[in-house]
Design a protein around this ligand. Structure first.
Ligand code: ADP
Length: 367
């Protein structure tokens, strides 16, 4: 019987449990044994009871659970070959050669490296006397498929990542609450949202809540933001103001824009200042928590099913793929191209090449 393992790695995101559930049940449904690797790559390196067989009922009720029930971790050892060698040893010892990893671009980079190195890791295990040539023969090839779990929606090549819709829904809910107090007291609120180098959460939350200003990393050349913000305020005579600022937002010089800077501008009491009573709200980890919304459960379920099919169909010659969402279709795409483009995007923002950044970003930004 073929053994398929699934793990979650890197930052947790709502919907990861739905993905694990879908993988476990699809694997069983397709006649395989299903395994979970607990605690991300740490579980692969340490093995033992961190690699467990899962049965149909073990994932009952997982659709609606936030976070990841099989745990996730940052694992230093996996960055180095000896750590990955231990990972290979534990996989072979458990008879697993098909692995589905749900994580961010870091986790998926590690996955690709692991697959590339696999044949030489197996050779080394035989040379070390851990296994005989006969024992490793069925495990000469490792098949890996990636699922993208991230609230930031920051991976190139997919329209959505598992968890982004839940984080967005939570942000909108929080901004609605803030809005009520802002208009009651005629106050300004600066709301900082997550997203790392991505402005997806900020743009979508801003649009969905009708925020007055949105600041994102990808399009800083749009605004000499201080001037524009002051001008709009004066012209419109606004009673309340909501500013949504992405944690990676930058000005046109490429400098990070902080919530404090925005607050200082809005609350400036000097002669030409706006003198608004301004508060900062940093949403922080509430954005990651809680039950996944319908779209993340759907995405995780459909992609989990596709991941099992892909990992079972893969041959030694197939490129490592990840499961993406493209124009509402679940598709397989080359993993490393997406990871490279994602890294290139972050670099483009860093080096202020915003035209390139927009090309690499989702179409909705580029258009
Ligand atoms: P994310 O997957 O959310 O981007 P990280 O970048 O922290 O999060 O990656 C999660 C884990 O993946 C790391 O702790 C490490 O074990 C593994 N990993 C990340 N990048 C690499 C890499 N270049 N080589 C090997 N393993 C990696």
């Amino acid at each position: 019987k073929k053994k398929v393992a699934v793990m979650t790695s890197g930052g947790d995101s709502p919907g990861m449990n739905a993905a694990v559930r879908a993988v476990v049940r699809t694997a069983i449904n397709m006649g395989c044994d299903a395994y979970c690797v607990y605690e991300g790559y740490e579980g692969l390196v340490r093995g033992g009871d961190l690699i467990r067989q899962m049965h149909w009922e073990d994932v009952r009720g997982w659709l609606s659970e936030g976070g990841t029930l099989i745990g996730t971790a940052r694992c230093k050892a996996f960055y180095e070959r000896p750590g990955r060698l231990l990972g290979a040893k534990n996989m072979v010892a458990n008879g697993i050669d098909a692995l589905i990893i749900c994580g961010g671009d870091g986790s998926l980079t590690g996955a690709d490296k692991f697959r590339q190195e696999w044949p030489s890791l197996i050779d080394e295990l035989v040379a070390n006397g851990d296994f005989t040539e006969d024992q490793v023969t069925p495990y000469r090839h490792l098949n890996i498929v990636g699922l993208v779990g991230s609230i930031d929606n920051d991976l190139s090549g997919t329209d959505a990542t598992i968890g982004c819709y839940s984080a967005l829904a939570r942000i909108c809910e929080m901004v609605d609450y803030i809005e009520a107090t802002a208009s009651s007291h005629s106050r300004a609120f600066v709301v900082e949202v997550m997203g790392r180098a991505s402005g997806w959460l900020a743009v979508n939350a801003g649009t969905a809540t009708g925020a007055d200003f949105v600041l994102i990393p990808e399009r800083p050349e749009e605004h000499d933001w201080k001037e524009k913000m002051s001008l709009v305020h004066r012209e419109m005579g606004k009673r309340k103001t909501i500013v949504i600022v992405a944690e990676g937002a930058r000005d046109k010089e490429g400098q990070k824009i902080t919530p404090t800077e925005i607050k200082d501008l809005l609350s400036d009491t000097s002669e030409n200042g706006l003198a608004l009573d301004t508060r900062i709200t940093t949403l922080g980890h509430v954005q990651r928590g809680g039950s996944p919304v319908h779209m993340d459960r759907m995405l995780a379920t459909l992609q989990g099913v596709e991941a099992v099919k892909a990992v079972l169909e893969a041959t030694p010659d197939t490129e490592t793929c990840f499961i993406a969402l493209e124009e509402n279709k679940i598709v397989r795409k080359p993993l490393m191209r997406a990871v490279k483009e994602t890294q290139e995007l972050a670099k483009a923002v860093e080096s202020k090449d915003f035209t390139r950044a927009l090309q690499l970003r989702d179409r909705e930004f580029a258009d």
